[in-house]
Design a protein around this ligand. Sequence first.
Ligand code: SF4
Ligand code: SF4
Length: 298
Amino acid sequence: MVDIKINLDESPAPKNPVTPKLFDGDYKINFHCHPKIACFNACCGNIDIALTPHDIVRLKQHLGLSSGEFLRNYTYRYEMEQGGISGVKFKPVDDGTACRFMTDAGCRVYAHRPTACRYYPVGLVSLRKQDEYTDQQSYALVEEPHCLGHQQARTMTIDQYRQEQGVIESDPLDRGWRQLVLQKKSSGPAFGKPSARSLRLFFMTCYDIDSFRAFVSSEGFQNGFDLTPEQWQAVLASDSNLLQFGFKLLKQVLFGEQTIPIKQTSAQARQHEKGQKAAQLAAKRAQYDVAYEPVELD
Ligand code: SF4
Ligand code: SF4
């Protein structure tokens, strides 16, 4: 079992009413879910599923929708911290609590299902040690009475289960987002409160990738950075590359980290020389102020 002092409120993982025990990847679990089990579909009938940026990219590509259409049709926004950054969760069916992708035969988007669905009944918990911003990955085990998978005779380590569910490959793609959430929730008053526009930029970058692509593709945006045409081409080559760029950009906007080389204006250079961190941060935030209005969600 993992033995570090942590604050679960800082985890990007969805809240669970029970404070979970945390485990390493080599912890053995007993679990098997399959279509012939008596509780088949029970977990999809009452959902509370937070989506990662790559979950949205995979699903909107599979469904042939723009990110805006996907967000409007299938999700709602929730606050990850009061008055701060937002997350996105699956919207259940209009007249109930079931997932919109649940059918009698199982999940309609099984090959593209979200990370949280793949992990269940294991939960991924990103944590930070005190005074550190690097995250440590641990796992929680959720044992709900309706889930009979725990009574099946199949033992494997959490890492073997992650391999089977395909999250070993996909977790690193969303790590930048998890780190941002963790860092934002952990940052003290020194960083100040991000402007409403910075928070909108966070939402667009992490969840509305097609709007973010249009934003990054503009000449005005690209003129602010010291990147070669080949580097811009690589950034825009895939949604996944674009998200990695976006996570770096947000580190710059929200925390003033020099993650992407900026073409400095003389005013910014003077501020830099004076070493006025707060002024630099304000200037950077102003540079990214965008006229993006988040997709209207319920
Ligand atoms: S996406 Fe699929 S696995 Fe996940 S809750 Fe919906 S139906 Fe169930
Ligand atoms: S075993 Fe658990 S995860 Fe599988 S269908 Fe039943 S309730 Fe869902």
